[in-house]
Ligand binder design. Structure first.
Ligand SMILES: *[C@@H]1O[C@H](CO)[C@@H](O)[C@H](O)[C@H]1NC(C)=O
Ligand SMILES: *[C@@H]1O[C@H](CO)[C@@H](O)[C@H](O)[C@H]1NC(C)=O
Length: 403
């Protein structure tokens, strides 16, 4: 064998072993997902390298790459799309063109991206909003909240809250022809986190008279306390969202100080003074047997009280909506929760389902056995998956019937 072919063989083996990730058995289009995931990992490695060189923050590199997917607000035959502002917070607005008598429904959409990346203008989010507006003949408001590391908690929460509160005014609803009894807040991943937090906080806001009909939480992140749940353990290295990246997103939401990230990575970030909060995320009670498998519940290990004092945000229910008393859940709207089997955040969603049902909130839980985190992102070429289309249709179908 010549040197050339030997090099070629070596290179192919290297590439193949780099691309190769174990993809769960029940997932379709395995090779495509593997390639997509290799792309994600490459971006992550480039970001780590740029950060190591001191050139850029890790999240800035991710942001640069995702911004390639940004689209202009282009109207089509069905939907008029504009970039606007609600009380000074930017949002992309989708108005259906179809003539209809009577008031329309509305969906306020909060995009995902770990509070650090993403945007309403990203191609898959833009498409999802168009589909929703078109299929439901509904007004869709997709919020462009500010992101970390430039802005930390509670800026993201407050931006979303500002838009929702502004939109829910009767005068504004009249202006857009929206039925005040048929409004949904919806979000995926970090957006599901923000949607759930906003829906909770609205309950205590006496200035807001209009009630949400539905909250739709799509593979949401809902708690910061236990980053060693069975789903974190089972899916530590699954495609798209490995545990290390989720830990990075969580810590970056509150601070760029790596001490929080390190403490979270070893699940020793919660101070003993906050031990009373652990009952809200006790998976031993809140997970059905099927998801516990052979995991053994262990008592929490506490960290220094310094972190909790410096970054109280990670113990705040506006960042971690599972950390509230049951009484704070009363009055929440009908809740749709989508969870994915192969997702570190799976158990956050399932525990919220259990807690909401315990206090009598109507919950519809769609658990997708063959899905990975972020599945709704994979609806645009060349990274589209049949799975992405299937789950998007399922969710929009449900909204169409129930909103
Ligand atoms: C407009 O709506 C129709 C009917 O739902 C659909 O077939 C068509 O593809 C839509 N057009 C665009 C540009 O999405
Ligand atoms: C969690 O639940 C288990 C089983 O009910 C119980 O033994 C344990 O003390 C609980 N832990 C906390 C922190 O609430």
């Amino acid at each position: 064998m010549g040197t050339k072919s030997l090099c070629l063989l070596l290179a192919s083996v290297l590439v193949a072993s780099y691309v190769y990730t174990p993809i769960p058995e029940n997932i379709e289009e395995r090779w495509k997902l593997m390639l997509i995931n290799a792309g994600f990992r490459t971006v992550s490695h480039v970001a780590e390298f740029a950060e190591w060189l001191g050139l850029m923050h890790y999240m800035e590199v991710l942001m640069m790459i995702t911004s390639i997917e940004y689209t202009a607000p282009i109207s089509d035959e069905n939907v008029t799309v504009t970039d606007t502002k609600f009380n000074n917070v930017p949002a992309r607005l989708y108005m259906p063109r179809k003539q209809s008598s009577g008031l329309k429904r509305a969906v306020i959409y909060i995009h995902g991206g770990g509070w650090c990346v993403g945007g309403s203008a990203m191609e898959p989010y833009d498409l999802l909003s168009r589909w929703t507006a078109n299929k439901l003949n509904a007004v869709v408001v997709s919020v462009e909240y500010r992101l970390a590391p430039m802005y930390h908690f509670p800026v993201q929460f407050e931006d979303v809250y500002t838009v929702v509160k502004f939109f829910l005014q009767n005068s504004v609803l009249v202006q857009y022809g929206v039925d005040p009894n048929r409004i949904c807040i919806s979000g995926d991943s970090a957006g599901g986190n923000l949607a759930a937090a906003v829906a909770q906080q609205l309950l205590d806001d006496l200035e807001v008279k209009v009630k949400l009909k539905i909250q739709a939480l799509l593979y949401p992140a809902l708690q910061t306390l236990d980053l060693d749940l069975p789903s974190y353990k089972d899916n530590e290295n699954k495609p798209i969202l490995p545990k290390s990246l989720m830990v990075r997103f969580w810590s970056e939401y509150f601070t760029t100080d790596v001490s929080l990230q390190e403490a979270m990575a070893s699940n020793k970030h919660v101070p003993a003074e906050s031990s009373h909060l652990f009952r809200f995320v006790n998976w031993s009670n809140l997970l059905p047997e099927k998801f516990k498998k052979d995991h053994v519940y262990a008592s929490p290990i506490y960290g220094s009280s310094m972190l909790g004092k410096k970054y109280p945000g990670f113990l705040d229910p506006r960042a971690a909506p599972l950390l509230v008393e049951d009484t704070k859940l009363l009055g929440l709207p009908v809740t749709y929760v989508l969870t994915c089997q192969h997702d570190v955040l799976r158990d956050d969603g399932i525990m919220y389902v259990s807690r909401l049902r315990e206090v009598g909130i109507e919950v519809i839980h769609d658990h997708i056995e063959d899905a990975i985190h972020g599945v709704l992102m994979f609806i645009t070429s060349p990274t589209d998956l049949a799975l992405g289309h299937r789950v998007a249709n399922k969710y929009i179908e449900w909204l169409n019937i129930n909103l």
